[in-house]
Write a protein that binds this ligand. Structure first.
Ligand SMILES: [Zn+2]
Length: 100
């Protein structure tokens, strides 16, 4: 039973990755992809089973709350403690305040 749920979860995961373009949103990598909440999440990942998490991600992908990041980009964002990546260096922002 648990095994079947894991397979189902993996199926959902690969469908979602495909739907999101199979690529990191911030760099060209196509491996080590992870889901990232654009605005942070209000639920606790590690209290849920793999399948439960994938079902939530599925809904959130439909609502455009999720993007794909590779492990390296995801870690860089986390290192900056909730500072969200901005594609453009908007005028007046000191270089050291820009993540990456
Ligand atoms: Zn990346």
């Amino acid at each position: 039973m648990a095994h079947r749920n894991t397979r189902r979860a993996q199926e959902i995961k690969s469908q979602l990755i495909e739907k999101l373009g199979s690529k990191c949103e911030l760099c060209p990598r196509r491996d080590d992809l992870q889901f990232d909440h654009r605005e942070g999440s209000d639920w606790v990942l590690n209290k849920l089973s793999y399948l439960q998490r994938m079902n939530i991600y599925k809904q959130e992908v439909e609502q455009n709350k999720i993007r794909l990041l590779c492990g390296a980009c995801n870690r860089k964002i986390r290192l900056h403690n909730g500072v969200r990546f901005q594609k453009t260096n908007t005028a007046g922002v000191p270089a050291e305040r820009i993540p990456f």
